[in-house]
Design a protein around this ligand. Structure first.
Ligand code: DON
Length: 311
C-alpha cells in the first residue's frame, strides 16, 4: 500500500479557501448552449491518494459535464479492444491547434494528430462502436465509468447531449471529413451520437478522482488490487495526457503544473500524480485554449505544496 500524502486535507482546504475570492475565472463555454447555464462561481476539488485517503474542497460532490475528460476513458477502452492497432487511425503527437480544429486533417490524410482533440476522440469512439449499436457502445462506456468509480449512480446528462447534438456542426464536419478519407467505419450519425453522449456524462470531482485511480497506480485500483490495464499502458496514457491533454495549452500546463492532465470544456481537469494521487478540479470559467482557468491555478498550487510535479 502506498504511503498517505501528508497534510492532504489541510492543503486542499487551504487552496479552496484561498481561491474563493478570485474573480479572474475566465469565460464559461457557450458554444454548447446547455453548458452556458452553469454557475461560474462553482469550484470543486478532490484528491485520492494510494492509501485510500480522499481529500475534498468546495463543490467536490456536485456533478458537472465531464466533456473531453471522457476521452481518457474512451482511449483506455479502445486500447483494450484494439491494442496498438488504434495508432493506425489516430496519432499521438501534440497538435498545437485548438481542440476543434480541422486544418491538419487535409494534409494528414484524415488521421487526427492525437486521441484528445475532437477529431481524434471521434475516431476513437468510432472504433469502440464497431460492430455494436450506438446504445450498446454507450452502455459499455457508462458502465466502465461506473465500475472504475465504484458508483452505479453516474449518468449521462441528456439535456447536454441533446444541446450538443443540435449545435455540433463543427464535430459533424470533422466526422464527415474523416469519413471521406475512410478513417471512420460506422455511419457518421451513429459515431457522433455516441461521442456527444459520452462527453455529456455528468460526474463530480470525487467520482472522477476515484475513477482515475488506476492511472496513478500503474494500471491498478489501489483499493482492490484489480488490474484495469497493464502498467505500460497506464504510463502511455499518462504520456499522451501530458503532451496532448490541454490542446494548444499542453506545454503551458506541463510547465506550470508538471503533471499529466486532461481538461474538458465543462471546466473540469483530471490530473495524475503517478504513484501518488488522482486529482480532479472543477471551475467552469475557461482560458483562451478552452481549459479551466482557476482549475489550472488550483493544480499549480497543489502540485507545488505537495511536491507532486513529475519533473
Ligand atoms: O466536442 C466538443 O466540442 C465537446 N463535447 C468537448 C470539447 C472539450 O471538452 C474540449 N476541452 N477542453
Amino acid at each position: 500500500m502506498s504511503i498517505a500524502l501528508p497534510c492532504l486535507q489541510e492543503t486542499v482546504s487551504e487552496i479552496t479557501e484561498e481561491l474563493r475570492g478570485r474573480t479572474d475565472r475566465g469565460e464559461v463555454a457557450t458554444y454548447i448552449p446547455e453548458l452556458a447555464r452553469v454557475d461560474s462561481a462553482s469550484f470543486g476539488i478532490a484528491v485520492v491518494d494510494g492509501s485510500g485517503q480522499v481529500a475534498v474542497g468546495g463543490d467536490a460532490d456536485v456533478p458537472f459535464s465531464i466533456q473531453s475528460i471522457s476521452k481518457v476513458f474512451t482511449l483506455t477502452l479502445a486500447l483494450g479492444m484494439a491494442g496498438d492497432r488504434l495508432w493506425q487511425r489516430v496519432g499521438r503527437e501534440p497538435s498545437g491547434s485548438r481542440f476543434n480544429s480541422i486544418i491538419q486533417l487535409e494534409n494528414e490524410r484524415g488521421i487526427p494528430r492525437n486521441p484528445f482533440i475532437n477529431a481524434g476522440a471521434i475516431a476513437v469512439t468510432d472504433l469502440i462502436l464497431s460492430g455494436h449499436q450506438p446504445r450498446e457502445a454507450l452502455g459499455e462506456i457508462l458502465r466502465f465509468m461506473q465500475f472504475l468509480a465504484d458508483d452505479p449512480t453516474i449518468k449521462i446528462d441528456a439535456a447536454v447531449a441533446a444541446s450538443e447534438l443540435r449545435t455540433g456542426h463543427r464535430n459533424s464536419a470533422l466526422a464527415h471529413y474523416m469519413k471521406s478519407f475512410g478513417v471512420l467505419d460506422n455511419p457518421v450519425d451513429h459515431t457522433l451520437g455516441v461521442y456527444f453522449h459520452h462527453c455529456a456524462i455528468a460526474m463530480s470531482c470525487r467520482q472522477l478522482a476515484m475513477a482515475s485511480r488506476f492511472l496513478a497506480h500503474l494500471g491498478r485500483n489501489p483499493a482492490t488490487g484489480f488490474s484495469v490495464v497493464q502498467p505500460e499502458r497506464a504510463r502511455r496514457i499518462n504520456a499522451v495526457m501530458l503532451t496532448c491533454g490541454h490542446y494548444d495549452g499542453s506545454g503551458d500546463f506541463a510547465y506550470r503544473v508538471g503533471l499529466p492532465g486532461k481538461s474538458g470544456v465543462g471546466g473540469g481537469i483530471l490530473a495524475i500524480a503517478p504513484g501518488k494521487a488522482s486529482i480532479t478540479v472543477w471551475s467552469p470559467g475557461l482560458d483562451e485554449s478552452g481549459n479551466s482557468r482557476l482549475g489550472r491555478i488550483a493544480l499549480e498550487m497543489l502540485a507545488k505544496r505537495l511536491d507532486l510535479s513529475i519533473f
